[in-house]
Structure formats: structure tokens, C-alpha cells
Design a protein around this ligand. Structure first.
Ligand code: 13P
Length: 257
């Protein structure tokens, strides 16, 4: 059975002190509400800025089902890339996850499908689990190109992986028009795209791989709408931005399966 996941993407928010406080509040919640006893038995991840990562990963280490991740990594092993952070460095903090291809990385930092394929490769090489983001902009949806756009992102970013490698990846569908806008995809829109993603994974690999792939929804998912999104058959949890910055809201989302 595929894993359910609730993941917070803190983006470029919170000082170190604020981030440690938030992760401690989430940890306390998870200690008091063992994830295996909650509906869906979700895994809970915190994607933090690099500055926070060591402390948050250490904080999460002794709690079953709680983990940390980085929001990005560089394509190269190491070297003269001032300001960048490698997959090996991330792994050395104790974090086990990394976001790849968030739409903000694609649009503000020019990350191409080819670069994202390289990031996926180096993440897997260092035993980091890539959470690979995909999703269309509003014009593409209005032009009814959203399925084609997502298919191309997955084909170029991921579908060159072997079956064993692909099995280690989590996908996050994040329609760009829903990110930070307060406009959420309807549960039906999310389900339709998630089912499509699962279908093309089945065509590329096989039904077992497709069934076992965790596909998260992201984009204005919050404490009020998470339950109806997570109720959909192919929505295996969420990648949460704004609502992950408040412990109460995030913990409500964790309980929304
Ligand atoms: P919001 O939840 O703030 O819309 O952000 C979603 C997101 O980009 C998560 O990666």
C-alpha cells in the first residue's frame, strides 16, 4: 500500500529560532498522537531552509514517521559553486528528503527539466528521497494543455529512471495557479490530475509501480480543505506552504485523512 504523507514546505520563512519552535510543536503533536494511530497513518515531513535543516532533522530523528528535507540541492557533487548546497551535505544533516522542481525554482531560478533530471539523479545517488513537483500555469489549464504539460514534466524529469529508482520518488502535483493564491484546485480537479499521473506511470512502468507511487497535492491546501482533498482516491496527502507555518493548522492537516 502506498504511503500517505503530509509535508510542510516552509519556503523562505522563519528565523532559526522560529523554525526550531515550529518543529518542536509539530514533534510534540506527533509524540502525543502517534502517526500509526491516526487515520491514514501518515508520514510527516518538514522541508526547511538549509539554515534550519540540521536542527530540525535532529529534532525529528527520534520520532517514528517524522522527517526533514531540503527545498533544493545542486546538480554537482561538490566544488566551486558559491552559495549552493550538495546532496551529500543535505544527507549529512540527517535529512532524508529533498524537493525537486518546485514551480518557484522552475520560474524564478530557471530550472529546466534537464536540470531537474540531474537533481533527481544526484539526490537518489545520495539516498535522498526526491519529492518531484509538477504542475501547470493558469494559461495552460485554460488552454486545456494541463495534462500535456504535466506529462512532459514527468517524462523529462523522471521517466528515464529505472523502475527501482522510480519507486523511491514521491510526486507532488502543484498547479501553479493554486500556489499561494488561496484558490485551491477542487477535489475533483486534483483527483482528475492525480488519476492521470497514476495512469501514465502505469503506462511507463507497470500497474504495481503506479499503485505504489505516493502523489501529493499542493496549492492553497489548508486546515479547512485538506479533508475533502485527501478523501479522493488518488490524493495521497499534501505539500503545504502557508498553512505549514502554523503548528495548529499543520497538525489539523495531519489529522485530515
Ligand atoms: P501554498 O500552500 O502556500 O499555496 O503553497 C503550496 C506550495 O507551493 C507547497 O510547495
Amino acid at each position: 500500500m502506498r504511503k500517505k504523507i503530509v509535508a510542510g514546505n516552509w519556503k523562505m520563512n522563519l528565523t532559526l529560532e522560529e523554525g526550531i519552535k515550529l518543529s518542536s510543536e509539530i514533534k510534540d503533536f506527533v509524540k502525543n498522537n502517534p502517526l500509526d494511530n491516526l487515520p491514514g497513518k501518515p508520514e510527516v515531513l518538514m522541508f526547511t531552509p538549509f539554515i534550519h535543516l540540521t536542527a530540525v532533522a535532529e529534532n525529528a530523528a527520534d520520532v517514528q514517521g517524522l522527517g526533514a528535507g531540503a527545498q533544493n540541492c545542486h546538480t554537482e557533487e561538490k566544488g566551486a559553486f558559491t552559495g549552493e548546497t550538495s546532496a551529500a551535505m543535505i544527507k549529512s544533516t540527517g535529512a532524508e528528503n529533498v524537493l525537486v522542481g518546485h514551480s518557484e525554482r522552475r520560474s524564478y531560478f530557471g530550472e529546466t527539466d534537464q536540470v531537474l533530471a540531474q537533481k533527481t539523479e544526484i539526490a537518489l545517488k545520495h539516498a535522498l528521497r526526491p519529492v518531484f513537483c509538477c504542475g501547470e500555469v493558469l494559461d495552460e489549464r485554460n488552454a486545456e494543455k494541463h495534462f500535456d504539460v504535466v506529462k512532459e514534466q514527468l517524462e523529462k524529469g523522471l521517466f528515464w529512471l529505472s523502475e527501482d529508482e522510480f519507486a523511491k520518488v514521491v510526486i507532488a502535483y502543484e498547479p501553479v495557479w493554486a500556489i499561494g493564491t488561496g484558490v485551491t484546485a477542487s477535489p475533483e480537479q486534483a483527483q482528475e490530475m492525480h488519476a492521470y499521473i497514476r495512469k501514465i506511470i502505469g503506462e511507463k512502468y507497470n500497474a504495481t509501480v503506479a499503485n505504489n507511487t505516493t502523489i501529493l497535492y499542493g496549492g492553497s491546501c489548508n486546515a479547512k480543505n485538506a479533508a475533502e482533498l485527501f478523501a479522493k482516491e488518488d490524493v495521497d496527502g499534501g505539500l503545504i506552504g502557508g498553512a505549514s507555518l502554523k503548528a495548529d493548522d499543520f497538525c489539523t492537516i495531519i489529522k485530515s485523512f
